[in-house]
Design a protein. Sequence first.
Length: 339
Amino acid sequence: MIWLLIISGLVSLAVCFMGDTIGRLLGVMDSPDGERKLHSHATPLVGGLAVMLPVVLSSLFLANITVFTLFYLSFAAATAAVMLLGLIDDRNHIRPYIRLAISVVIGYGVILVVPDINVTFLSFTFLDSPLFLNGIWALIFTLLCLVGLQNAINMADGQNGLVMGMTLIWVVCLSAYAPTHLLPLLGVFAIGLAIALIFNLNGRLFLGDSGSYAISISMGILAIYVYAVGFDRLPADIVAIWFLVPVMDCLRLMVMRMVRGRSPFSSDRHHLHHMLQGLMSTRRALMCYLGLVAGPAVLAWAAPAFTLWWGVMTFVIYTIILAVQKQKRAMAQRDISAL
């Protein structure tokens, strides 16, 4: 399968080097606005294509050479559909609730075709027996996981390298528990992420909604599938701790916006990465965020019996960061008022 990784890497490189041309052709150039978009020049939103196009093509190939045809075809179809949805959103800005409804339909389609994607039970490191979800409750929970992760990843996509870096961490985590037939696909994923990440960190391209949507649906499907086929080695709380930081931040932001009478999908500069940037340099903020994602995942892998406590530790660190930044802002306001 080495040649599959090589070809996939070349496809990713081609998309990255031709980013401006592809971005202008598709009409997905992101121009600075002086408010939220503070980059210096129009930048192509083709990072998602660089990462996910090889993943989709590799899935179609694996569907033809393995006995897991239905899974790979469904995975490719769902990822491609959500990536197309993101491209349209990058061009024309689809309303959040319409986008949400379409994502639910796509997720429902995958669950219907591949039963392993439906979460029917939850096993935890701190419980002796699993919790069972039956019928409609299993479907609702699975759709909440898929769509919720999509929203969390999309909200986290506000700093170069952040979503790609997190996804690279998640791919490594999945590789530690995945069945053998998934490893080539995860390898393709990792190579595409590593290549696009270099261009993204240098400001040559952005992930775009097409990338964040496609990454989120693919991560959701793969995480649920790996859990379903390897639940004896991969408890649900270990999966949860992988995604804990962006999901916590997403929930906090949505609740905070609704309390203030705003749409939960509106934009602001109160995300965790903004908080970290207020405390340290942009590059250090990125490393701190990625460390907060990777650290608990590594600890849960090394000492799974303490996974619950690793989650509590992560929540405490997250809360401390928010509290320190809030205190810093309050002090800055007092200094301004004193002038």
